[in-house]
Design a protein around this ligand. Structure first.
Ligand SMILES: O=C(CO)COP(=O)(O)O
Length: 251
């Protein structure tokens, strides 16, 4: 049984006072008994504040990115060990916005995943096709190469410590969610591809989240799909009521 995960990616929003407000408003609303893992990914500068607020609850903390070296002369970077030190249990790697605006490639994503896993962080590894790629029939090829190259050298025992987020680029922040069937088709493809790379049991263990315009109105339908194990939520995670409604989808 794969435990569902609802993760909120706050992206470049929420300074300290707003972050504190948001997390303290979320906490009483999410039902800890609902059997769902809740993860919050704020900006680096408020990780400590959010960590203090979630202390003693089952909510977990993620960063939105990390570097692959642990320390050194790398101005502006933050290492996986530093994220652990700041209280993170998870880190998002390979988000399409990082690939699109900050030049991340499958090769740099792979270095980050390798480094993050070695410090014990749980990686939320993002993949997904653009609209042009989908329209030209290349969705599965793109997913295959992102997975194969992103996971190069990653051992089977580490795969179960990872979460995959399928986020079709055309559905992010556009209000255009993939249909339940489109999302399920991609998720089932991803799981089958992982089974080929590793084995059936490993692939069945990995949680695969859907991301892209997830809202309280569409979460139930998505979660009813066999291979959808949760959601990575952007816009709707910036409001306590909508994030909690998504997190409590099975109530
Ligand atoms: O990119 C996303 C989460 O990482 C999805 O963002 P939206 O939910 O705003 O579409």
């Amino acid at each position: 049984m794969r435990k569902p995960v609802i993760a909120g990616n706050w992206k470049l929003f929420k300074k300290s006072a707003e972050a504190q407000d948001l997390v303290t408003n979320i906490l009483p609303l999410v039902k800890e008994t609902a059997g769902v893992e809740i993860i919050i990914a704020p900006v680096f500068t408020v990780l400590g504040k959010v960590k203090d607020a979630i202390d003693g609850t089952s909510v977990m903390l993620a960063a939105q990115n990390c570097f692959w070296e642990e320390e050194g002369a790398y101005t502006g970077e933050v290492s996986p060990g530093m994220l652990r030190d700041a209280g993170c249990s998870h880190v998002i790697i390979g988000h399409s916005e990082r690939r699109q605006y900050f030049g991340e490639t499958d090769a740099t994503v792979n270095k980050k995943i390798t480094a993050a896993l070695s410090t014990g962080l749980t990686v939320i590894f993002c993949i997904g096709e653009t609209l042009a790629e989908r329209e030209s029939g290349k969705t599965f090829d793109i997913l295959n190469s992102q997975i194969r190259d992103g996971l190069a050298g990653i051992r089977r025992e580490d795969i179960s410590k990872m979460i995959i987020a399928y986020e079709p680029v055309w559905a992010i922040g556009t209000g255009k969610t993939a249909s339940n069937e489109q999302a399920q088709e991609a998720h089932s493809h991803i799981r089958a591809f992982l089974a080929g790379l590793y084995d059936h049991d490993a692939a069945e263990t990995v949680r695969i989240l859907y991301g892209g315009s997830v809202k309280p109105e569409n979460i139930k339908g998505l979660m009813a799909q066999r291979d959808i194990d949760g959601a990575l939520v952007g816009g709707a995670s910036l409001n306590a009521d909508s994030f909690a409604a998504i997190a409590n989808y099975n109530e």
